[in-house]
Unconditional design. Structure first.
Length: 278
């Protein structure tokens, strides 16, 4: 009953501030920007969530609406990233089951554990990820001699196991509290895949986030109120933005993108930290 009352109040405020067509256009534009930032940098929360708060949505409904709308950019970004994904299908298929199981566990923990302490730690996790991206990483070169050396092979296997554990943990995080998950995954992949381009790591991140976001919206569908009047135009904008994001990444220097994402991560961390004190 309370949610229905909130919905009616929001609808009246919306009608009083802008016409239906103007509102639809504004939401589509926000969706496009959110989709581009999500697909190119994993920073959808930097655009969609604050914008929805400014439009008058309560925090919980804004978070749910943002998650639902960005699923459009998730799938369109995979299509747009097909060129990069063809270069590393093996790692892509390793990532998918890890984040799938992790996101399910994280979603279950969401209903079993208090989230206050975790939410207070999130800004610091995102800030650390941003700082890591700001520092240059020296590319690793894989050589035939390394592959032939038995000790190097053992280190390689250990490295693969640790990478899998890291991907799984980020999957759990994404299922529990999705804000900034794309940045954490992108940072992890940028560190472990130093021999790969930013565009390839970003494409792998898009696959991982598509899996976790799909699980999130499926759970939200049963647990919360869905504001379709906001979601539909945002969703349409996100589809276009998600298709543009990988194209932009493909034509910009990888180091420049790392710096942009790193700075954006710090901005997101500060905004989340400020929200915790409000």
């Amino acid at each position: 009953m309370k949610e229905r009352t909130i919905k009616n109040v929001l609808k009246k405020e919306e009608e009083g501030t802008m016409s239906g067509i103007t509102f639809f256009i504004v939401m589509v534009v926000i969706g496009i920007l959110s989709g581009i930032v999500s697909a190119a940098a994993g920073l959808a929360s930097l655009i969609s969530y604050p914008s929805l708060l400014m439009m008058g949505l309560p925090p919980v409904i804004a978070n749910v609406t943002s998650a639902w709308s960005t699923i459009g950019s998730a799938y369109s970004s995979i299509v747009a990233s097909s060129k990069e994904l063809q270069k590393d299908r093996k790692q892509m298929w390793m990532i998918i089951p890890l984040v799938l199981v992790g996101a399910i566990i994280g979603a279950l923990l969401l209903f079993a554990l208090p989230g206050k302490l975790f939410q207070e730690l999130v800004p610091f996790c995102i800030a650390i990820a941003g700082i890591i991206l700001l520092f240059p990483h020296r590319a690793r070169q894989a050589t035939g001699e390394m592959a032939a050396d038995s000790r190097s092979l053992k280190r390689s296997r250990l490295y693969t196991v640790l990478t899998a554990i890291g991907v799984f943990i980020v999957g759990v995080y994404a299922g529990y509290f999705n804000a900034g998950a794309g940045v954490l995954m992108l940072t992890l992949l940028s560190v472990v895949n130093r021999q790969k381009s930013f565009a390839v790591n970003n494409a792998l991140k898009n696959v991982a986030m598509t899996v976790t976001n799909t699980i999130s919206v499926a759970i939200f569908a049963f647990e919360t109120t869905i504001e379709w009047s906001y979601i539909i135009p945002l969703f349409l904008g996100n589809i276009l933005g998600g298709a543009l994001g990988p194209v932009i990444v493909r034509h910009l220097p990888g180091r420049l993108m790392q710096v942009i994402v790193g700075l954006g991560s710090l901005v997101l961390a500060v905004s989340l930290l400020a929200r915790n004190f409000l």
